[in-house]
Design a binder for this molecule. Structure first.
Ligand SMILES: Cc1cc2nc3c(=O)[nH]c(=O)nc-3n(C[C@H](O)[C@H](O)[C@H](O)COP(=O)(O)OP(=O)(O)OC[C@H]3O[C@@H](n4cnc5c(N)ncnc54)[C@H](O)[C@@H]3O)c2cc1C
Length: 321
């Protein structure tokens, strides 16, 4: 396909969980759908989702993405490897410009760009994400139940993670891994819950098995042992900046505000789904968002003269949590 001249009924920016589920739903209506994806994202990082219906032993993000892509391809959905740099309004819809230099015309747009986690550059973290090193207590708190757990982090995010995890385990060691000194207020929060802490830079995960976690080595040569780990350095980034130029309404934390019934944003013909919307950043929520947005995109494509007149104002709604 000559991607540079494509005109879609609906373009989806982001081929992660929400984008793929939206593409499958839209593909089943027979619309011309293009998924434009940069190939990064949280679903490329997580090596095992544990809380998804139908997968009691877990499934990796890359595997779920591959299955989703194959499913969507069977429905005629088109996939384009590109990174969208700009979104501009067009006659009925939008013009997207990719890093490749190609432009894409679309009548409707689904933003499914997700968020970016702060992953520290510690040797051995990335291959263990979702297996033995985690980021989200709602997803993986269960995995550390009564286990010796190391929390690596910085600032408020790190301390909050350590205190939150006491719901599952009391066997926690917190490592303040930051260039900033560990402040007294945070130390007091940990003292109150008898959580031991160490102030040190972490150099690597110790274990020769790429899926296992046995502890970490610190810059001064010390070793802290543990069976599982969480990371929490703060500063996660919501990928909503690409639609800022359209004047879309955002929550104060940069999540895109959507109408809860339709997933429509404050901008006509623009929908959003997944982690870029929901603070409860989870696979099943991303899937639900993608489907829900697709259903309303279909309604809008079928009756453009009526649906836009009822365009919702999500600024009266709060961001999902
Ligand atoms: C380590 C880890 C463990 C996790 N464990 C769990 C778990 O156990 N259970 C659970 O439910 N959830 C878990 N999650 C969360 C889950 O991965 C996310 O909720 C899910 O991936 C959200 O899907 P999404 O489609 O919104 O975003 P993503 O899956 O992140 O996909 C976004 C896509 O958009 C693309 N993109 C972004 N901007 C652009 C652009 N400008 N142009 C083109 N493409 C773009 C990216 O390349 C990416 O492919 C985990 C996350 C991490 C990081």
């Amino acid at each position: 396909m000559d991607a540079g001249s494509a005109t879609f009924d609906c373009a989806i920016i982001g081929g992660g969980i929400s984008g793929l589920q939206g593409a499958i739903q839209l593909g089943r209506y027979g619309h011309r759908v293009g998924v434009i994806d940069g190939g990064t994202g949280r679903s490329t990082l997580c090596q095992c989702y544990h809380n998804v219906l139908g997968w009691p032993d877990g499934i990796s993000g890359p595997s779920l993405r591959q299955r989703g892509k194959e499913h969507a391809l069977r429905l005629g959905v088109e996939f384009i490897d590109d990174w969208i740099r700009a979104v501009e309004p067009a006659a009925e819809g939008f013009t997207l410009t990719g890093q490749s230099g190609h432009t894409y015309q679309t009548r409707r747009l689904l933003l499914a760009t997700g968020i970016v986690d702060t992953i520290p550059e510690i040797d051995g973290i990335v291959p263990r994400l979702g297996l033995t090193v985690y980021v989200c207590p709602d997803c993986d708190g269960y995995e550390v139940k009564d286990r010796e757990t190391i929390v690596m982090g910085a600032g408020k995010a790190g301390v909050n993670m350590a205190t939150t995890l006491t719901y599952w385990t009391r066997r926690i060691t917190y490592i303040h891994d930051d260039t900033e000194p560990f402040d007294d207020e945070h130390k007091a929060q940990l003292d109150k819950l008898s959580i031991p802490y160490v102030e040190a830079r972490i150099t690597r995960v110790i274990s020769d098995d790429p899926s296992k976690f046995e502890g970490v080595e610190l810059a001064d040569g010390r070793v802290i042992r543990g069976e599982r780990a969480f990371i929490a350095y703060g500063g996660n980034w919501v990928n909503s900046d690409i639609v800022n130029s359209l004047g879309v309404k955002l929550h104060h934390n940069h999540h895109v505000l959507v109408d809860p019934r339709t997933k429509a944003t404050s901008v006509k013909y623009l929908w959003a789904a997944g982690d870029v919307v929901a603070h409860s950043e989870q696979v099943t929520i991303a899937m639900g968002d993608g489907s829900q947005a697709a259903i309303w995109i279909h309604k809008s494509l079928m009756s453009p003269s009526t649906f836009p007149e009822k365009w919702p104002d999500p600024s009266t709604a709060t961001a999902q949590s």
